[in-house]
Design a binder for this molecule. Sequence first.
Ligand code: GAL
Length: 679
Amino acid sequence: MSEIVIKKYPKLLHGGDYNPDQWLDCPEILEEDIRLMKKAGVNAVSLGIFAWAALEPEEGVYAFDWLEKMIDRLYSEGIYTVLATPTGAMPNWLTEKYEEVRQVTPEGVRHLPGKRHNYCPTSPIMREKTKAIDTALSKRFGRHPAVILWHISNEIGGNDHQSACWCPKCQAAFRQWLREKYGTLENLNHAWWTAFWSHTYTSWEQIHAPSPAGEPWLHGLNLDWRRFTTVQMRDFYREEVKAVRTYSTVPVTANMMGFFKDLDYPKFADDIDIISWDAYPEWHSEADDVNIAVWAAANHNIMRSMKKAPFLMMESTPSVTNWKKNNIQKRPGMHEVSSMQAIALGSLSVQYFQWRKSRGSMEKFHGAVVGHIDHGNTRVFKEVAALGEHLASVSDAVYHTCNKPEVAMIFDWENWWALEDCAGPKRGSEMHYVETFLSHYKPFWMMGIDVDMVDMDADLDGYKLIIAPMNYMYKDGYARKVREFVQKGGIYVTTYWSGLVDETDLCFIDQAPLQDVLGLWVEETDSPNEFYENEFEYDGQRYPAKDICDIVRTTGAQKLASYCGDYYEGRAALTKNSFGDGTAYYIASGSSEEFCIDFYTELIRKYEIHQAIPTELPYGVTVSKREAAAPGAKTLYFVQNFNPYEVTVMLDHPYHCLETDEMLGEFLEMKGYSCTVLY
Ligand code: GAL
């Protein structure tokens, strides 16, 4: 069983961002909030996320009394505090007095004061001011019985451009980091292949971070700049953690953003006690909600897989966002099923942005639990309150379970960066790494099979099946790990545009690193446009061959499918190779959703991968299993209906409903957009 991190309050958390600093001059609103929180089953709120100006109105002058009163008052009503450090938004006195705290754009322009999530992570002044306020918060609140978790900053790196600052201090730190990494310019020049286009560096000072106004196309430079950005942001984050720990042993988190390209999140995992993320799927934006549910599930899985432990859904909207092209209200029931989806996949919380709607400024029309008018009586409030009850009823049972998938997919940030920068068969934005990844995951979601999503540095032991779509880069040691995995009996699936470059984005020459395992190498890669028509035949059926088509030379692999047309007619579009005790598959061609479903269904059957419940699920329904992880605990099955209409799910035997303890029959009747937890 994974260790309980939030020891002070080991319950499912329900609540979210509370920003009472907007209402400090309205004590009656604050009291009303507490009454409503109790009505909605709220047991934890996040405080102080954007409150720097209220907490330190003048440089060095702290005003913490209001916060203390708030924490005490909430605690007296049984509501715990997730306490934030306020670096998500800088106060004007700081940005005005010290311009170095403001980021510089890639074109070299210093930001004006304003916005948020935009501090320079290298600035010594920013670090000093942050340390001062974080330490003061730690001193005052670090041992408060109500404070259960530190929420470091907010959505680190979330900004309009790549999460980085191009100021001279950051550039100098980058050069220093490169010196430590490469030792000599000769090594760097080799890794970045600078002999091409006369890009050889003869002094460290000649290196500038990538910029549209300067060098945008040196792939090794781009990759290292992104890596450095993660390192620098993480370093700033670590300083914050150190500061809050001065007087406190309370665990720490940093709310992430799921598929957020700019920061290599798994690199933060060791410095985070419990992973958390902010979930804003675009519900109801397509003909049905299946793809959105798949996207949301994949995000939850990535979060869980980073520490292979439960995580928190730190933000979500109870109703609507305000920053998308169309901000669509969650239809009745969607709040229930989307929130339970998070719990099903490993979350220990359902938290919102935000508790009460702002009266003015940027987020006044963003959804909140408490609206502008008739607060406790709205549809949204009632759905939140109903969910609060549901969470409370399952909390203890859920706490003693964990997700244990047999399948893992490789999702790697460095691969993402390199793949979409590789100037290869398609323009970067057309490579569609995330979309491809999701299309390989969807069949598992449809069959109710949980999947871990790990990067190339992860331990692969213990999985039956590993899927690595568009695994363009092989980091050092990865090929060896895969070879051992297959050798020992693992099933490995990879696709076109995989295994082409090493960790520095230099192409492998002479031999493809997994040629022995896959039994092939790639001779050519075709990248047809959307009008191209070709097919391959697999298992007596024809599927489209499209997007990217590798033309491979088999060196032992068995051909399972062949292209039907063009000059590569008859060449392998799908192969299988036995290696050691295991098997490796290579999908050489892009294809349709139907192909992925048919192919993986066959693999699931052949290799006896277990569905959470062995049954044929109706379209739009999935099941996630949380296994008993403590003596006396129950294994739980979360059946989720993402259809707006009722469905009947045929179970393999009768189960109990966790909420009511009632024994249900073999036919589970489900309302539209609902979740039933069974045991
Ligand atoms: C998050 C952010 C919140 C709020 C929310 C709105 O990204 O952390 O502060 O802005 O989005 O959806």
